[in-house]
Design a protein around this ligand. Structure first.
Ligand code: KG4
Ligand code: ZN
Length: 371
């Protein structure tokens, strides 16, 4: 593998992301975004009300090659121009991850390019570094340390990022459902289609968020010692289910908008209360949001209000970089290269439970879950 000619100033990196239901291929040059191609198998999961791992893995197989071609064309480069390949090796769905890892290794060998096996969650943070040449948003570099709140259908994690390529600490995560999963399950209870997040958001717009006081999981004083930064959404989901059942049993209509608005309010409250507690506890005046749930209108609104009030700078990457994508993986790969990290060997494997502190996996010895 060619390690000598690695361009470390603004490397041209292709990133491959297949940890869940999005096949993402992104190409970056340093921190400049050149292309971000995403093919989602979401529609194929809709009838099951959630992501089916085997369907996701098969869809990645179908979508990968067309997505790579589209990304390369959009970026206006040739594969041989690349300095390196970056790939998500975990955490995520095993079968889905394996498709991306296999493709990345094949590309790296065929092109004789170095490969960087990286952590999906840290990639979400890396998304914030990217800007395009035509971008008008504030592209000041991401400052450290920062607290990162990552919320999607697969994860709900609170990170303390002291340095993107060398020091990322998991402060807390969900102990049951992910936030997006809770949206999807509650939408189902309300007979709304999958994915539930956008549906709840839509219906909640005309509801009263104070109509029903749903519980805030792991927020009691007794929870603070062991679970200060952890999340739990299963009690909230059960509470919504009970409320709906009681109305139905009594032959009364279910006030769907009020239920949706009150549920959404509870989720938003829990997420931001814990994220801002972390900012205060660690004296970090920065909060970065990532993951598909960031599309939630109320979450963005309350995040803006509460961070303003707390004197915390809020960063939200564009939505196309918040949902799972390959550009964020390429961005993290480029950061590792620019910081002088050596490539991974080809010995690494997919690791569905890769810990967040492991930003790059170099070989199978560092990836105990590798197949
Ligand atoms: O990051 P993402 O696109 O992919 C995976 O997790 O695979 O996140 C998808 C999740 C779904 O659970 C979806 O219901 C949720 O994000 N979501 C939302 C909204 N839009 C998508 N949740 C709340 N409000 C939204 N507007
Ligand atoms: Zn993700």
């Amino acid at each position: 593998m060619n390690r000598i000619a690695l361009n470390r100033s603004a490397p041209l990196v292709l990133g491959i992301e297949t940890s869940c239901d999005e096949t993402g291929i992104g190409i970056v040059r340093g921190t400049t975004l050149l292309s971000n191609t995403i093919a989602s198998s979401m529609d194929e999961h809709a009838r099951y009300g959630g992501v089916v791992p085997e369907i996701a893995a098969r869809a990645h197989l179908d979508e990968l090659v067309p997505a790579i071609s589209a990304a390369v064309t959009e970026a206006g480069i040739r594969l041989t121009d690349l300095d390196a390949i970056a790939v998500t090796c975990g955490p995520g769905l095993s079968g889905a991850l394996m498709v991306g890892v296999g493709a990345a290794k094949a590309l790296a060998v065929a092109l004789d390019k170095p490969i960087y096996a990286v952590n999906h969650l840290v990639g979400h943070v890396g998304a914030d570094l990217l800007h395009s040449d035509i971008d008008t948003r504030d592209t000041a570099p991401l400052d450290y340390p920062t607290i990162a709140l990552l919320v999607s259908g697969g994860h709900t994690s609170l990170l303390l990022v002291r340095d993107l390529v060398s020091d990322v600490e998991l402060l807390g995560e969900t102990i049951d459902d992910a936030a997006g999963e809770a949206f999807d399950k509650v939408a189902r209870l309300l007979s709304l289609p999958y994915p539930g997040g956008p549906q709840i958001d839509r219906v909640a717009a005309s509801g009263n968020p104070k109509a029903i006081r749903f519980p805030r999981g792991l927020s009691q004083p007794k929870d603070m010692a062991a679970h200060r930064y952890d999340f739990s959404f299963s009690g909230l989901k059960t509470s919504v289910a009970r409320f709906v059942e009681q109305r139905q049993d009594a032959g009364e209509p279910v006030p769907i908008s009020d239920v949706a608005a009150s549920f959404r309010e509870a989720v938003v409250d829990i997420l931001l209360t814990k994220a801002l507690a972390a900012c205060a506890d660690y004296d970090v005046p920065r909060l970065l949001l990532g993951g598909g749930v960031i599309a939630n209108a109320r979450l963005r609104q309350v995040a803006t209000e509460r961070t303003d009030a707390a004197g915390v700078a809020l960063r939200i990457p564009p939505l196309s970089l918040c949902t799972d994508n390959g550009a964020m993986i390429a961005a993290l790969g480029a950061q590792l290269i620019m910081a002088g990290h050596e490539p991974s060997t080809l010995e690494f494997g997919a690791d569905s439970t890769l810990p967040v502190g492991q930003i790059q996996v170099s070989d199978s010895a560092q990836s105990p879950g590798a197949p």
